[in-house]
Design a protein around this ligand. Structure first.
Ligand SMILES: [Zn+2]
Length: 124
């Protein structure tokens, strides 16, 4: 019985949404489609620029330092795992290097300030 009521309520919600979509004028739908296409093109351009920059940086690192592609793959995995999930996503806060201990007083050095807030030691 509850399932039937839920189905009826869901049908009603779907019809309501469909009515709203039908109520949107064709020109508004076309404008929304054009805007979505524009955003997609811009995101694609940004992604290509980031990809180009990453490939250039990786090649420079490999050529100039002896760091290998395997080293880079391991680092990518390590950074990805800093938020506890290897999901191919970057949590900007978790991506920061882990907090260090102050060599002067053993307190944690704040990552945002790069200096010890307890004794004033500057981490450079
Ligand atoms: Zn300190």
């Amino acid at each position: 019985m509850i399932d039937l009521l839920q189905d009826l309520m869901q049908d009603r919600r779907i019809r309501h949404i469909q009515d709203r979509v039908d109520g949107i004028s064709t020109s508004s739908k076309m404008n929304a489609t054009a805007a979505a296409r524009e955003v997609t093109v811009e995101l694609n351009q940004r992604m290509n620029k980031l990809l180009l920059t990453n490939v250039a940086l990786m090649e420079l690192l490999i050529e100039k330092t002896g760091i290998t592609e395997d080293d880079i793959a391991k680092k990518i995995s390590e950074v990805d795992l800093r938020d506890g999930k290897e999901d191919g996503k970057l949590n900007a806060r978790a991506a920061l290097p882990p907090a260090k201990d102050c060599p002067e007083c053993d307190a944690k050095i704040c990552r945002d300030f790069n200096r010890c807030l307890f004794c004033g030691y500057e981490d450079v």
